[in-house]
Design a binder for this molecule. Structure first.
Ligand code: PLP
Length: 389
């Protein structure tokens, strides 16, 4: 068994070597600026961008001119929220989202609140589900956008997006979904979901970091987030990251081609982990749904009396990479907003651990985690002043 054992695939994934091969020529041979049309390497780059856009659109069930490349999932989310808010501000100033969105969405909404917009942050149930009825009740004649994530990155909850999108449409409100965690773990088709905008990010499905895309349905108006040159049909300036686009495109094709097999495999690994942890560690709590409403690769537990960060440090000593809900990306010591939103008290939220598998994870690796984790939890509990056991 090779170490480290990587169980943090909701944070990022390893680049697939086939994706790397697809990207290489755009660093070494076809390095021209895709906007330079007077020589061959530029024209080849331009043609490649057109080809990648078409192929990405096909994978998502979109039209070619509905795909816009970005530099990340965060950028796609920021653009969707701020770009729609600005383009439709004459129509209304109200946005509906959920309390468990990624910070790219939440912080964009908070930014808009400082600039005259009103935002409703919908609560979720104890497993992280948004109730479509709550969405409908929150709509006013000032509502311009609903943004609900397809699947949550911390606790794996899959949201009823098609149903919410239907409600949005009925009320003539635009619907965005952050599908960054969904790709690679679910089949995603924009037409079937019925959304107007959808964000993705390559590094969450074995593509490169620093490239994402936003689907924008034809007919939807959006203001620029990035101003400058005329790239992306004038909607998003920046010299095209052709190698990144190649990587996103190839990773999306591969992940979709292998998805049935991989969902089956990841689900089995996930359930083996859940069972192994439950059978071997007392006083633990699975965060997120038990059933098919859960991302096939996500496991999230709270362990009473101890801190998630201490577990991570000990796991690291055994070569296991995981993450916790106690310290978010901002480096703050507040527990995760997602765990608080599902009703966990602070002290339980602090003791949480996220393990996320990929299609490359092996049963042997899962069994190593199941063997390694219980004594770590036991040891930390014995060091905890809160533990009487
Ligand atoms: C990772 C992630 C993002 C951000 O994507 P980046 O490409 O890392 O900026 C946004 N939303 C969700 C749900 C994510 O998991």
């Amino acid at each position: 068994m090779n170490k480290p054992i990587y169980m943090d695939n909701n944070a990022t994934t390893k680049l697939d070597s086939r994706v790397f091969e697809e990207m290489k020529p755009y660093f070494t041979e076809i390095y021209g600026n895709a906007s330079s049309k007077f020589y061959e390497t530029g024209r080849k780059a331009e043609a490649a961008v057109a080809d990648f856009r078409e192929r990405v659109a096909k994978q998502l069930g979109a039209k070619t001119n509905e795909i816009y490349f970005t530099a990340s999932g965060c950028e796609a989310d920021n653009w969707a929220i701020k770009g729609i808010a600005n383009a439709y501000k004459e129509k209304g100033n109200h946005i509906i989202t959920s309390s468990i969105e990624h910070h790219a969405i939440l912080s964009s909404c908070e930014f808009l609140e400082k600039n005259g917009f009103e935002v409703t942050y919908l609560p979720v149930d104890s497993e992280g589900r948004v109730n479509p009825k709550d969405v409908e009740d929150a709509i006013t004649d000032k509502t311009i956008l609903i943004s609900i994530m397809t699947a949550n990155n911390e606790i794996g909850t899959i949201e009823p997006i098609a149903e919410i999108a239907r409600i949005a449409k009925e009320h003539k409100v635009l619907m965005h979904t952050d599908a960054v965690q969904a790709i690679g773990h679910m089949k995603i088709n924009v037409a079937e979901l019925g959304v107007d905008l959808l964000s993705i990010s390559a590094h969450k499905f074995h593509g490169p970091k620093g490239v994402g895309a936003l689907y924008i349905r034809n007919g939807v108006k959006i203001s620029n987030l990035i101003h400058g040159g005329g790239q992306e049909r004038g909607k998003r300036a920046a010299t095209e990251n052709v190698a990144g686009m190649a990587g996103l495109c190839k990773a999306l094709e591969l992940t979709n081609a292998e998805i049935d097999k991989n969902i089956e495999k990841m689900t089995a690994l996930r359930d083996r982990l859940i069972k192994g942890i439950r059978d071997n560690i007392p006083e633990c709590r699975l965060n997120g749904p038990e059933n098919e409403d859960r991302l096939c690769n996500n496991v999230n537990f709270s362990f009473k009396y101890i801190e998630g960060e201490s577990i991570l440090m000990m796991l690291d000593m055994y070569g296991i990479c995981a993450s916790s809900g106690s310290a978010c990306a901002s480096g703050s010591l507040d527990p995760s907003h997602v765990l608080l939103a599902i009703g966990l008290p602070h002290e339980i939220a602090h003791g949480s651990l996220r393990l996320s598998v990929s299609g490359e994870t092996t049963e042997e690796e899962v069994d190593y985690v199941i063997k390694t984790l219980p004594p770590i939890v036991e040891r930390l509990r014995h060091m905890s002043p809160l533990y009487e056991g």
